[in-house]
Each structure stands twice: as structure tokens, then as C-alpha cells.
Design a protein around this ligand. Structure first.
Ligand code: NAP
Length: 258
């Protein structure tokens, strides 16, 4: 494919796209005719997502990417820009949520969460910015959490801190980059049915998700596709005047009175 024809198709990079919210988001972009750069530390899962997008008639490729690795983030962006001319959008989704009570929260455990959930967001965005600035165009979404914008989460203070950090990063970058034609927004998911939330060890587990459903005004926990549709909206031209906002998408959980 020539460079000219490839630029008729927008290119999106999604981190942590092998499973969960990232996978649903990658597939949603595939259906919207984006070229989807599926990245994850999970190789088999990521390759399967890219294959499924292609089978559905879309364009996708998998690249292994650990967002803790600055050179790998820079290298991925360079590879994709060389191959396809530009990156139009970055979805900084990769994240972990490990349960660690404060008295067991070593520097290493704190740093691991910060390194993935906050610095990993910064790393992939930083890599993509020179190209976006040059073209005066770009749309970025970083994934925060209800635990970063509205709730505290016991034994996950490090996670809440990292996810609150994402909100600040989104605001700061939106102000810095607006004049360059780049929009930066955040998504704060509520309780979403993914491996992360289904973990009995680190999160709610199946029974916990069922229990919390009763207190969600829309009557159910979220599905990854519920997040993907908001992310694709935020990236799209429909949201052309939206920047610096982290949108809480939680089925109404946080706004009800008790
Ligand atoms: P998930 O199903 O666990 O998917 C996250 C993906 O990111 C996994 O493939 C994971 O691989 C990958 N990942 C972990 N560390 C990575 C690294 N260093 N570099 C690249 N990829 C890495 O979780 P999810 O629920 O879809 O979460 C997606 C995002 O939404 C996360 O930022 C999460 O914190 C946020 N979120 C989720 C919920 C929820 O209820 N599910 C709520 C609020 C916010 P491994 O499986 O090997 O770790």
C-alpha cells in the first residue's frame, strides 16, 4: 500500500489491547475503519484480537509492547509512523490493579503500579506527540478509573493515586497541546466485567460484581463495549470541542445519594 493511500485511513494505537476494555476498544476502532495497532504484554491474546479485526474486514496488526519500556514505546511509534505515515490517535489503556494493604505496600509495589498505570500512559503519549504536533492533529484518550475520580478503594491506595494522576496528566496535556490541534481526554470506568474486575484476589470477583449491580442505577455492571463506544466517541470529530475532561462512565453509580 502506498503512503498516500494509507493516509486515507486513520491509525490508532491501543495499549493493553489483548483483553478487556482495550480489546473491545481495538475492535470498535476496527469496525470504524481505523487501522488498529493492537499492543499488549499478552502476545497470544493480542495477536488474536488483531486477527479477529481482520476477519471482520478491518485492518489490524499486533505488536508486543510493555508500557514500562520507554525505548519500546518510542520504537513502536517510530515503526508505525514509518509504515503508515502517522498516528492519529493513542488510547493509553494498559493498567494493573493489585490489592496491597498499606503495611505491605513496599516501594517496589508502589513503583510498579505507578510505572504502568501513570508513567505508562505518559510514555506512549510522549512518543506519539512529535508526529501529532507536526501534523497539528491528534486525539488521545487515557484510561483512569472511578477510583481515581470519585471513590477511594481500600488496599488499593496506590492504584487510586495513579488513576487520580491520570486525571491531572489529561488536564495538563490538554492545555499544553490544544494549540497544536491535539485533544486529550480521559475515561474513568466504573465497574466493568473484565479479568481485572473478575479477579477474586485483586478486585470484586464474580460475586462482588453481582452484588454491586444492585446498587448501580442502570442495574448492571458495565461491559467492555460500553467503554469502547465512549472512547471512540471521545476520539471522533463528534467530540471536536471536548478536551481535558475525564468522563466517568459508571451506569450512574457515583451520582446517586445515600
Ligand atoms: P484487563 O482485562 O486486566 O486488561 C488490561 C491489559 O493491560 C491486560 O492485557 C494486561 O496484561 C495489560 N497490561 C498490564 N501491564 C501492562 C504493561 N506493563 N504494558 C502493556 N500492557 C499491560 O483490565 P481492564 O479491566 O480491561 O482494564 C483496562 C483499563 O481500565 C486499565 O487501565 C484499568 O485500570 C482500567 N479500569 C478498569 C475497570 C474495571 O472495572 N475493569 C475500572 C476502572 C478502570 P496482564 O493481564 O498480563 O496484566
Amino acid at each position: 500500500m502506498s503512503m498516500t493511500s494509507s493516509r486515507t485511513q486513520k491509525v490508532v494505537v491501543v495499549t493493553g489491547a489483548g483483553i478487556g476494555i482495550g480489546r473491545a476498544t481495538a475492535k470498535a476502532f476496527g469496525a470504524l475503519d481505523y487501522r488498529v495497532i493492537v499492543t499488549d504484554v499478552l502476545q497470544a491474546e493480542g495477536e488474536m484480537v488483531a486477527a479477529q479485526i481482520r476477519e471482520a474486514g478491518g485492518q489490524a496488526e499486533f505488536y508486543p509492547l510493555d508500557v514500562r519500556d520507554t525505548n519500546a514505546c518510542n520504537g513502536l511509534v517510530a515503526t508505525v509512523e514509518k509504515k503508515y505515515g502517522a498516528i492519529d490517535s493513542v488510547i493509553a489503556n494498559a493498567g494493573i490493579a493489585h490489592r496491597v494493604p498499606l503495611d505491605e505496600l513496599t516501594d517496589e509495589k508502589w513503583d510498579l503500579t505507578m510505572d504502568i498505570d501513570l508513567k505508562g500512559v505518559f510514555r506512549i503519549i510522549r512518543a506519539a506527540l512529535p508526529g501529532m504536533k507536526q501534523r497539528k492533529s491528534g486525539s488521545i484518550v487515557a484510561v483512569s478509573s472511578i477510583m481515581g475520580v470519585a471513590y477511594g478503594w481500600d488496599e488499593h491506595a496506590h492504584y487510586s493515586a495513579a488513576k487520580a494522576g491520570v486525571v491531572g496528566l489529561v488536564r495538563g496535556l490538554a492545555v499544553e497541546l490544544g494549540r497544536h490541534g491535539i485533544r486529550v481526554n480521559g475515561l474513568a470506568p466504573g465497574f466493568i466485567r473484565t479479568a481485572q474486575a473478575l479477579s477474586e484476589q485483586h478486585s470484586k470477583g464474580e460475586a462482588g460484581l453481582q452484588a454491586v449491580s444492585a446498587s448501580i442505577p442502570l442495574g448492571r455492571v458495565g461491559e467492555p463495549e460500553d467503554m469502547a463506544d465512549v472512547i471512540t466517541f471521545m476520539v471522533s470529530d463528534k467530540a471536536r470541542y471536548l478536551t481535558g475532561q475525564t468522563i466517568l462512565v459508571d451506569g450512574g453509580l457515583a451520582i446517586q445519594s445515600h
